[in-house]
Design a protein around this ligand. Structure first.
Ligand SMILES: Nc1nc2c(ncn2[C@@H]2O[C@H](COP(=O)(O)OP(=O)(O)OP(=O)(O)O)[C@@H](O)[C@H]2O)c(=O)[nH]1
Ligand SMILES: [Mg+2]
Length: 397
């Protein structure tokens, strides 16, 4: 079985620590290190601040990033004339530790950029997204400079780009789309440069076209600028709007498998007959259920994607060719165990049939291998399903 080359969140330093922990304290000591990392992953928070002028599309953007439309449960109110004066927190529907913060429009408050950020309690955010639906003017540059000064990252988003393109159409002008987009981008960039931002990047997006314009590049850039753990959380929070996102999620989940397999291997080493198997099943079911949700194949995620793509949910569901759509049960995992490849079969069947008699002789190694093998199988299957779904939702591009 090929070992995954992706580093599972551990720095070189930590890996060295593992090695010596294993040499002195055995697997048990390694497990406690891994357990700690798993907890770190599960509790990692991401706080994303969204700011900009009134009506720029901040609330709609927050909904879009969470795969929601304004009438969905938990959606931020959008398109209203009343503007909130306090930062409002919106959790992600799947990852409860990912929060988008809807900040009051910069222009609505009579503050300097500095005072504004202070009032917004800037320190708790991981980074800022500055949204504008017009040219990015000097005021935005001021805000960005202030954010930088406070030691935080910012991104410029130019929203409603669909409107710009539609205007040409309404005027009956034939345009080269990429050329026009280039001009709009260049215009904002040069404004910001003049206002003192050295090399600004401006992402042109439409909140209603999630896989078009700069939206995919925007998400990728955000992910790349985060550290390992936050990147993991952020990537898993993204809606499956492109094949690239699915591939990135798969890689992240592969890292988790490595950790889960080690934990399960260690449980297998506990010399209490019967316990090993029961715990393995628990880990497997939880992992497969989580993977399914992260890959957008649970019912609620499919519904959200269908709305976002403007397709009937049945069309997407028809692409899910796995029994994983329903409840994931012990029975299901057992079936998978039996249907698994040769390497796993001997181990798995032995475990199924001989517990509790010889269950405890399957040491850490075999439980480790089995869990890794099974979760890899499940992950691959789920990934293929997710790929088919996104193709059905948005076409093959
Ligand atoms: N065409 C188009 N319309 C958008 C887009 N984003 C937002 N809108 C519309 O713009 C209007 C304002 O959007 P909101 O998301 O409420 O803007 P906001 O920045 O939260 O506004 P305030 O909370 O009042 O500051 C709404 O009618 C949205 O439907 C977009 O990308 N394209
Ligand atoms: Mg709003």
């Amino acid at each position: 079985m090929a070992q995954s080359s992706t580093s599972p969140f551990f720095s070189l330093e930590e890996l060295k620590q593992f090695k010596s922990a294993y040499e002195t304290g055995g697997l048990e000591k390694v497990v406690s290190l891994i357990q700690r990392k798993t907890n770190e992953l599960d509790s990692a928070e991401l706080n994303i601040a969204v700011t900009g002028e009134t009506g720029a599309g901040k609330s709609t953007f927050i909904n879009t990033m969470r795969g929601l439309r304004k009438n969905d449960k938990g959606a931020a109110k959008a398109g209203t004339t009343e503007t909130t004066m306090e930062p409002t927190r919106y959790p992600h529907p799947i990852l409860p530790n990912v929060y988008f913060w809807d900040l009051p429009g910069v222009g609505t408050l009579k503050f300097t950029a500095n005072k504004y950020l202070e009032k917004m309690k800037f320190n708790k955010y991981d980074f800022f997204i500055i949204v504008s639906d017009t040219r990015l003017t000097e005021n935005y540059a001021k805000l960005a400079k202030e954010i930088k000064q406070l030691g935080k990252n910012f991104y410029f988003v130019r929203s409603k780009i669909d409107n710009d393109l539609r205007a040409f159409k309404l005027e009956g002008v034939n345009i080269n789309k990429d050329e026009e987009l280039g001009k709009i981008r260049e215009n904002s960039v040069s404004n910001l440069k003049q206002a003192g931002i050295p090399s600004p990047t401006v992402f042109l997006i439409s909140n209603f076209k999630v896989n078009q314009f700069d939206f995919p590049a925007f998400k990728e850039t955000l992910a790349n600028n985060l550290d390992d753990i936050k990147k993991h959380v952020f990537l898993l929070s993204l809606q499956n709007t492109t094949l690239e996102i699915i591939e990135k999620k798969r890689k992240e989940l592969e890292k988790r498998i490595w950790m889960l397999a080690t934990l399960s291997g260690a449980v297998g080493a506990v010399p209490i007959p019967g316990l090993s198997f029961a715990c393995d099943i628990g880990i497997l079911i939880t992992a497969i259920t989580d993977f399914r949700t992260y890959l957008g194949l649970d019912d609620a995620s499919l519904q959200r994607l269908a709305i976002m793509a403007g397709k009937p949910v049945e069309v997407l569901k028809a692409e899910v060719k796995t029994p994983l759509l329903g409840e994931i049960s012990v029975e299901f995992v057992k079936r998978m165990l039996v249907g698994s490849a040769v390497v796993a079969i001997s181990v798995a069947e032995a475990v199924l049939n001989f517990i509790p008699v010889i269950g405890s002789i399957f040491g850490a190694g075999s439980s480790f291998l089995m869990t890794k093998h099974l979760l890899n199988d499940a992950l691959n299957e789920l990934t293929e399903n997710a790929q088919r779904v996104v193709k059905a939702a948005f076409g093959t591009d």
